[in-house]
Ligand binder design. Sequence first.
Ligand code: NAP
Ligand code: MG
Length: 502
Amino acid sequence: MFIPQIDEWQSASEKTAEFLSGQHKLVIGGTERPSASGEMFQTFDPAIGKVLASVPHAGKSDVDAAVASAQSALLVWQKMAPSDRAQLLMRFADLIERDAPWISEVESLDSGKPKAHIAAVDIPLAVGALRYNAGWCTKLAGETIPVTAPDMLVYTKREPVGVVAAIVPWNFPLCQACFKIAPALAAGCTVILKPAEQTPLSALILGRLALEAGIPPGVLNVVTGEGATTGQALVEHPGIAKISFTGSEEVGKHIARTASSTLKHVSLELGGKNPNIIFSDCDDVDAAAATAAGAIFFYTGQVCSAGSRLMVDAKVFDRVVDRVVSEAKKLKMGHGLSAETTLGPLISEDQLTRVNGFVEESQQNGIEVVAGGQRGAGNLASGSFYEPTVLTGAKDDDRVVKDEVFGPVLTIQKFDTVEDLMPRANATNFGLAAGIWTRDIAKAHAAAAAIQAGTVWINTYNQFDAAVGWGGFKQSGYGKDNGREGIDKYLQTKTVWVNYAG
Ligand code: NAP
Ligand code: MG
């Protein structure tokens, strides 16, 4: 129940208050309904540690109902003219844009991230994914294949894989959902979306807006609930053809194992421990350092692509550390709805305990904390705030350098030569992204070739576009979101042989 007397919530719009005080329901087969058991769970505003809303906990029978409705909608959706499907996806995007002001507020309250960041990043990425993939609806052509046998026409058709379960994490709930829904629907698949239990609200809004856009009932279903029950029921369900997952390495591996018993298609976007490398010959060391601070502190470091391992040429090490620390100190921690806030809370107290554990362990190992290292104090104490933290002196085999912290914690390490650097940069099980800062074009391309990661940014960081595939190497998973590869994974190829000899 929404209680608007809390100071930080008072600035929320009437639309937000109306949504939050309404009854939240699952979206199955074009209708909004409570869970069969009536069971609910709570979602919190992590900036103040207060309950924001109660949401239905979908059980196995709700998942069965969602799969049945997605299966029957598959026939309707596949038969629709591709140009009509494209128009509906465009309309869906328009509605998200129309409602962006209040959706940004709801997403901010649920996730803790600054409303302004959601408006500037998450909404355009979500809308962009729908518009980009709408364009694919009319372009999914097969081919004809010349074969040895005479009088044979062989052609291929690109067909949807079937019902897709999209399971997404809490860090970019709206846009991660659209990165999966948009190509799946464009491919002619139907979808069951399961948001993370910490951030279920924007998925429910998406379910409603899809219906308002005229997308047929059952094409997009939304089931809220916890991973171990609702998510697990989806992964085990024989009626689901594909699991499209973004989340942790551990859960990703569990899903791949479970899905193998029904041979589902699986794509996994997992974690990262991304090296961001500053060479002394980069165009502007200070600007590179300022961007490096943004690369780790954006959304409080809870970003799979976070530039969490800053590796700096020894010649400019001190200058970079000074600049990163000064950028960290400029950040204003606060409630996501406040216009001055540039750094929101961590998603939960559990996450804060985990992040702080990394920092305490680092201190015990002699690593220097040159900024941050504490939870937010004073009026921030009731939220899960953690100061932007900079560590120097960590060794390559320290846990804080090897494991994904998923918080505002940056290690800055020195390197002397490129030969020394590359094996160290690649000494991680992950392979999601990397940054390289240099003016030397040969060095930039050589480094880009040597880095084992799905994305390399040169003289920039954290660039995303619906047209560009996103996904990792190594333990960061397989199967891209976005771009041409993003839609390919929702398609399967059928080959047709025609004997025209009579
Ligand atoms: P998580 O714990 O793996 O959860 C992700 C999703 O999986 C949630 O919806 C979760 O549900 C669900 N889930 C948990 N157990 C499940 C099971 N047994 N069966 C089916 N679904 C299950 O990850 P997270 O902590 O939310 O997110 C952080 C992780 O995501 C980080 O490792 C980060 O790097 C990664 N990530 C990767 C990318 C990328 O593009 N590569 C982007 C963003 C985040 P509940 O939360 O409701 O339990
Ligand atoms: Mg929440």
